[in-house]
Write a protein that binds this ligand. Structure first.
Ligand code: ARG
Ligand code: ASP
Length: 697
């Protein structure tokens, strides 16, 4: 009898409905999920997550610099985010004498914390459902353009009212394709100082080789501090500012998680597309991804070859290479995942079911056929747009040329210094030959810039045209640029206007703006209007189903549990890595795996202090939380809302989760908070920072 109960229990625990961790929930509506969360191990209340009047966990989470997430870990404004989110700030303070990227940086007191003029963080003050106000006076029969105009003006009114007489910023975002609208009121802080960062050999350990992969051993974190004026209000940098006192900061748990333990993530996921039609999946899977991956492979090969030839070039192109490689690798994982899940067929099947239902519900009968028609019209523009971005846009010289033309005369010298510091015309010309060649070969005649076609014809081929352009342009290197800069004002302007790189940029930009961007935008607006109807239909068709809104860089909660997965038949990935794995990968001859000597010494002496767990140090872990780009830096919390890790990535088999989430395989990757603390304390020698943190017991 007991055995039977156990068996039933086991079956229940592995039942699919209990495994479904997908979803990124709006904090103000989390009440609807609390029962499920509690059943899985959540120990707090909905008000602990989000409350307008009381301090709640939301007050400890920020949108970091408009694209990542960060969290407050002390009552003195100390903020934790990823190394790759703080990267440009760390880089901006680095020089040959102070190479913080290579050696890391630790402020040893408040005076040593480094200000970052362009960096800001945003706190969510409150969010409100404003659907009725946004849709007021918006009749169903308005043409798309008029409808969008009316909505825009309603939104402007809502924002003006929400911010009037305050220092707040506000946005209204659409949910479920315009079926629902929420107002988000933010408070932005602009004095955010760098407190600490590990060396890149820790913060980027594994580099592009390990990126999007498990097992993972990256110490992907950095520390900042928010400063405010004497009244605790946002203020631009001033030496008189004082550490910000947040309404709420996170307590840290050093107990860690065990496989199966509940965990949730609070953060700002950027974009997901769970409800797109098969047409769009088809386009991504069979057209866009293969072409974009192919174009980036060419770029990466060329960069890699040239980087291998010289140390200077390797450093110059390190960040560019990483940027190009990140999406390149993700798209490959995404395509594989979509194919494995059969997402295209699943969507087609779902659309057949919808159509059957819609045939009996006249308001919806035409939606899908109309959308399929518009998608067919959209495809050539989408394709040309992809090539504009990924083939034309792959070339640095022409993009620099068009920025230079648009910039004020006073800014140009500084722009040039910035540009040439990390620029190789050899790499750039090689890339131009390849990717512009692909543009010529693959993009239909009507989207081919005439000046480009002509240059190719005159020179007798793309390669020769590119060589001629790079030979003749005055912008190809800093020496020529200096010569141009020394001309008198009038000749300088004339030379710029006549420059072949400027002309080529204008030709591509012109075609894009005149023939691609407009139709692309208009068709998409018509498709979006139909998505609204389709989405409403889906909800009407399945009134009991639970729908969650796509990510749109607004604050969300995802929940799940620590768990490994099976990437392949016969392979199981356990969900925790340790320092042992770092030592296994350590190799002074491989750039991505060359750890700091200090770490080797600590390992040799087993000198882990209070951070030792079972004779080693925990490093990273997997969980089933639904995340996407933007969730980087998000706090990973245990059932009591205590910080146990810092989110920074997903696994290779997860990358299609922006389109279809697979509970069996999708995992987020977090750096274990105990590794972060070990690094601050033992490697950085900045253990004094721990004094202001709050540890749960
Ligand atoms: N894949 C992670 C994300 O999408 C980390 C990227 C940074 N690391 C890198 N090697 N490029 O942001
Ligand atoms: N690495 C991503 C980020 O920077 C997170 C992800 O895509 O899973 O936001």
């Amino acid at each position: 009898m007991k055995k039977l109960v156990l068996l039933l229990l086991a079956a229940l625990l592995s039942a699919p409905q209990l495994r479904a961790d997908k979803g990124m929930w709006l904090p103000s509506l989390i009440g609807s999920r609390i029962k499920d969360m509690k059943a899985k191990g959540f120990r707090l209340t909905a008000e602990d997550i989000y409350s307008v009047n009381e301090a709640s966990l939301k007050d400890a989470v920020v949108l970091f610099n408009g694209g990542c997430t960060g969290e407050l870990i002390s009552d003195e404004g100390l903020l934790l985010t990823n190394h790759h989110c703080g990267y440009s700030a760390i880089q901006s303070h680095s020089s040959v004498e102070h190479d913080y990227l290579t050696h890391g940086f630790w402020a040893m007191n408040r005076q040593e914390e480094l200000p970052n003029p362009k960096l800001y963080v945003s706190f969510l003050v409150r969010m409100d459902d404003v659907t009725d106000r946004v849709l007021k006076g918006v009749k169903d029969d308005l043409p798309v353009g008029k409808r969008d105009e009316k909505i825009r003006s309603n939104i402007d009114g809502v924002i003006a009212e929400a911010t009037r007489g305050t220092r707040y910023k506000a946005d209204v975002e659409s949910f479920f394709y315009g079926n629902q609208y929420f107002l988000f009121v933010y408070e932005n802080f602009t004095d955010v100082r760098l407190v600490g960062a590990p060396p890149s050999s820790v913060g980027k350990f594994g580099g592009d080789t390990d990126n999007w992969m498990w097992p993972r051993h990256t110490g992907d974190f950095s520390l900042f501090r928010i400063y405010a004026d004497s009244e605790n209000r946002p203020a631009d940098y001033s030496p008189d500012n004082v550490p910000y006192r947040p309404r709420r900061s996170l307590a840290i748990s050093t107990e860690g998680l065990k496989e199966g333990d509940f965990t949730f993530i609070y953060g700002f996921p950027g974009t997901t597309k769970q409800y797109i039609l098969s047409d769009e999946v088809d386009y991504i899977l069979n057209r866009s991804n293969p072409h974009k991956i192919g174009l980036r492979t060419m770029r990466l090969d060329i960069m890699g070859e040239e980087q291998a030839k010289s140390v200077a070039t390797r450093i110059q192109y390190a960040s560019k290479h990483a940027g190009v490689a990140n999406a390149w690798k993700k798209w490959q994982g995404e395509s594989k995942g979509l194919a494995r899940l059969g997402t295209l067929e699943n969507k087609r099947e779902a659309e057949r079911r919808f159509q059957q239902w819609a045939d009996a519900h006249p308001a919806y009968a035409d939606v899908l056929p109309q959308m399929h028609g518009l998608y067919a019209e959209l495809a050539p523009y989408a394709f040309a747009r992809d090539y504009y971005a990924e083939a034309y846009g792959a070339v640095e010289l022409t993009r620099f040329a068009s920025r230079l033309v648009r910039a004020g005369a006073g800014q140009r010298e500084a722009m040039a210094r910035e540009f040439y510091k990390d620029y190789s015309p050899v790499i750039d010309a090689r890339i131009a030959k390849k990717t512009w060649g692909e543009y010529l070969r693959n993009v239909p005649q009507e989207f081919l810039p005439e000046a480009f076609a002509q240059a190719v014809a005159v020179a007798g081929g793309v390669d020769a045209a590119v060589e001629k352009l790079f030979a003749e342009s005055r912008l190809t290197d800093s020496v020529r640029f200096a010569a141009w800069l020394s001309l008198d004002e009038a000749s300088r302007q004339a030379a710029l206007e006549a420059d072949p790189a400027v002309a080529m940029a204008a030709a591509f930009d012109g075609v894009y703006l005149e023939r691609i961007a407009g139709p692309y935008r208009d068709l998409n607006a018509r498709i979006a209007a139909l998505y609204r109807v389709y989405m409403r239909g889906l909800m009407e068709m399945e009134p009991d189903a639970v729908f969650y809104p796509d990510a749109n860089l607004t604050l969300r909660v995802s929940y799940g549990r620590m768990e490994g997965y099976k990437p392949l038949d016969g392979v199981y990935y356990t969900p925790q890595t340790t320092l042992e794995g770092i030592m296994e990968k350590d190799n002074p001859d491989i750039y991505d795996y060359d750890i700091p000597q200090r770490l080797r010494d600590l390992y040799a002496g087993k000198d882990y202090g209070r951070w030792a767990v079972d004779g080693t140090v925990p490093v990273a872990f997997l969980a089933t939380n639904h995340t996407t780009g933007g969730n980087s830096g998000s706090p990973v919390l245990n059932g009591r809302g205590e910080l146990v890790g810092l989110n920074f990535d997903r696994t290779w088999e997860s990358t299609m989760s922006d389109i279809e989430f697979d509970p069996a395989k999708c995992r987020n990757i977090a750096v274990d908070i105990r590794y972060v603390l070990f690094l601050i304390d033992k490697v950085g020698g900045a253990g004094y920072l721990l004094d202001e943190m709050r540890f749960a017991r």
